[in-house]
Design a protein around this ligand. Structure first.
Ligand SMILES: [Fe+2]
Length: 422
């Protein structure tokens, strides 16, 4: 190996052809030892550490200030579990004041009902209200605040991301008969990998995770913490989330969620843990998972369960720039110049003006280039084009500046409202 080149074991890019199923199997076929998680009350299926929050609080090992040194051992176990361990932990009794908790659930149910009235989409998996936190805070700041004063949410968020985190949530409802989700990873790369998106009038197949360098695959699942709070009791037949512990450790995992060998393995080997109302689950967005099928009701001769969970997405602030750039305004300032330069290039046969490649480079440094945040604004399973693609299409069509300005303003509103609006 010549000096300065990365060794083979530390590739700059991951490729599907390098993904070996046997490596994956070796990684996920581990057991979790209780001695590595001494504060856990048990290890479910020899895989998932379960923490008994009322007992930890009583012992002074879970205190209201997440950064309290008394909480350090618990924080360390949590970090170990997500970083090198099974990738998922359960906190039993995260919420214990059921009067407050039920008041919050009532508001969340109203949000679901409100959205269902205007939403014509039939969804056979789970039903989700995007941007729940903002809707909840607007409707009932009291129950919202009672909920987010919770010590476990603060501890998990602070432990994984440090103090600069940003909370969003989506209340999710899954009724008897709802199907299981297919195995997947989550935000960031896991979402782009699953859904197609629009570029101009074309639909681009799911974003190839392989385009991103290897270190961004690793960063992707360090930048976000996923959580689910159970708002009702969720027995196994109601389909609590299916997990494949340790799968977040598989380096090529963003490239293999659609590969049959891998999802067939998931179908045969995933684990589920029944949850009780007030329990919280936290997991790495890199773990293979999926909502389970809701088989409760007559089919299994069990009481029907309307499974309601609040899905927390807690994001690191580290992806944000230091300057508060208004990308729409900047685009509007520069767009007339780009139109002019393109015309010049065409009229001069490429001797003057900007080439298409140069124009794209300018747009990449000017317009918003990411699909999110969009409050789940996707139509028929297709995410709508990000701002840079909208600007590119306008430029190629010679759209006048005032017309593009209106489109960008409208796009911004749609991304804020999501689809459907509530
Ligand atoms: Fe997911």
């Amino acid at each position: 190996m010549s000096a300065g080149l990365a060794p083979i074991a530390d590739p700059s890019y991951y490729t599907v052809s390098d993904a070996k199923f046997e490596d994956f199997r070796r990684i996920v076929e581990q057991k979790t030892l209780h001695e590595d998680y001494p504060l856990a009350s048990s290890i479910a299926k020899d895989l998932i550490p379960i923490y008994d929050c009322p007992a930890l609080r009583a012992a002074g090992k879970l205190t209201p200030v997440w950064s309290d040194p008394a909480n350090l051992p618990l924080r360390e176990e949590f970090i170990r579990a997500l970083k090198r361990g099974p990738g998922v932990v359960v906190f039993r009794g995260a919420f214990t004041n059921m009067e407050e908790f039920d008041a919050g659930t009532k508001v969340l149910e109203e949000l679901i009902q409100g959205q269902r009235k205007v939403d014509k989409l039939v969804r056979d998996e789970n039903y989700i209200v995007p941007n729940t936190n903002e809707h909840w805070a607007k409707r009932d700041p009291g129950s919202y605040s009672d909920y987010f004063k919770n010590d476990v949410i603060a501890l998990a968020s602070g432990a994984w991301l440090g103090p600069w985190y940003q909370m969003t949530s989506q209340i999710s409802q899954c009724v008897p008969g709802n199907k299981a989700q297919r195995m997947h990873r989550d935000y960031h790369l896991g979402v782009g990998d699953r859904f197609p998106y629009k570029r101009g009038d074309d639909v681009i197949s799911p974003i190839a995770a392989a385009v991103f360098p290897a270190h961004m695959h690793v960063s992707s699942h360090y930048m976000t913490l996923q959580g689910a709070i159970a708002h009702v009791d969720m027995p196994l037949e109601s389909g609590p989330t299916m997990f494949l512990p340790y799968s977040q450790l598989y380096e090529h995992g963003y490239l293999t969620s659609g590969v049959p060998e891998f999802y067939e393995y998931f179908a045969a080997n995933h684990v589920q843990t029944p949850l009780q109302k007030g329990d919280a689950v936290f997991f790495s967005p890199g773990i293979y998972h999926g909502a389970g099928q809701n088989n409760s009701g007559p089919k299994t001769n069990t009481p029907p369960v309307d499974r309601i969970a609040n899905l927390l997405q807690i994001s690191s602030a580290f992806g944000r720039p230091s300057d508060n750039a208004d990308r729409r305004a900047t685009t509007n300032y520069v767009y007339p110049h780009l139109l002019e330069q393109r015309k010049k290039f065409q009229e001069s046969g490429g001797k003057a003006g900007y080439s298409d490649n140069e124009l794209w480079n300018i747009i990449s440094s000017t317009a918003e280039g990411y699909l999110f945040p969009t409050n789940l604004r996707f139509v028929n399973g297709i995410f709508q084009a990000p701002q840079n693609e909208v600007v590119w299409k306008a430029l190629m069509n010679g759209t006048p500046p005032e017309e593009l300005a209106k489109v960008l303003e409208e796009e911004e509103k749609l991304n804020k409202n999501g689809i459907p609006p509530i």
